[in-house]
Design a protein around this ligand. Structure first.
Ligand code: SF4
Length: 268
């Protein structure tokens, strides 16, 4: 049975709120990309000067963890298989101690679309796949509403690959240690557009504090790749009014992608 987009939106309780607005993202609009290229992550970003990653932070395997600069260089040279293997055995931050499974990422490795969340939750930790459970179903339906699927022209990953205890936000040290994997995934995929899902993902990618509402509706750049910010599906489950705004964001993303595909502008 074929399910229409309107059927999906009705099922989600989003219809008729979720309506596409008329309007096209012009080359000029995308030209206004904010160049938020973050500085390369260094040891200084993740810890105060002189605060080495030592046994107190990494009791199980401190000896096997490379200094961050060396880690960044090592991960930057990995292929998909090496990157997956490295994540599966990673003990570079304290999150390794509480995980059930690492959550590497899922989807099309040649995708034009990349969706990035903050960290695995309980369901993801058990399954080893990002965005499963209720929030995952909502994300899948959001994708379907713009004719996308997680296994076709879409790749989904998180900023950190192991579940923070109690679903707390990842700490700066954890993000700094895990970010080389996300960088490598992005380099291997070379998506045309990144969608940051939620404040934690957006703030960690853009390296500046801001609200989702202030970051929406603009084309940012993450290390040269255009990036749009919208709400995290888990937040949308709790907040009906934001669903309409998330739909606006997806429509904005679709129009931005069209502009990028037509090569009206090149990402800088
Ligand atoms: Fe390694 Fe990332 Fe897991 Fe930390 S969160 S242990 S850096 S894979």
């Amino acid at each position: 049975m074929t399910v229409s987009r309107d059927d999906l939106l009705k099922e989600l309780g989003l219809w008729p709120l979720w309506r596409r607005r008329d309007g096209v993202v012009t080359a000029a609009a995308v030209d206004a990309v904010e160049h938020d290229n973050p500085p390369p992550v260094t040891q200084a970003v993740m810890a105060p000067a002189g605060a080495a990653i030592g046994p107190a932070l990494l009791p199980a395997a401190a000896a096997s963890v490379l200094p961050l600069d060396a880690r960044i260089a090592e991960v930057a040279g990995m292929d998909w298989h090496q990157c997956r293997q490295s994540v599966a055995g990673c003990v570079a931050c304290p999150l390794h101690a509480g995980r059930e499974k690492t959550v590497f990422g899922v989807g099309d490795e040649k995708a034009e679309w990349m969706f990035v969340g903050e960290a695995p939750g309980a369901d993801e930790d058990v399954k080893g796949e990002p965005f499963v459970g209720q929030a995952g179903r909502l994300l899948d339906n959001m994708l379907a509403a713009i004719n996308l699927r997680r296994d076709r022209n879409v790749y989904i990953a998180n900023v950190v690959k192991c579940r923070p205890p109690g679903n707390r936000n990842p700490e700066p040290l954890e993000v700094a240690q895990c970010e080389p994997y996300l960088h490598r995934q992005i380099e291997l995929i070379r998506p045309k557009l990144i969608i940051a899902l939620g404040k934690v993902a957006a703030v960690n990618l853009l390296k500046r504090e801001a609200s989702v509402s202030s970051m929406r509706g603009k084309v940012h750049a993450y290390r040269g790749t255009p990036m749009i910010v919208t709400y995290h599906p888990a937040y949308l489950l709790r907040s009906l009014p934001e669903k309409a705004r998330a739909w606006e964001d997806l429509c904005f993303a679709v129009e931005t992608m069209k502009a990028l595909q037509s090569a009206a502008v090149a990402p800088t």
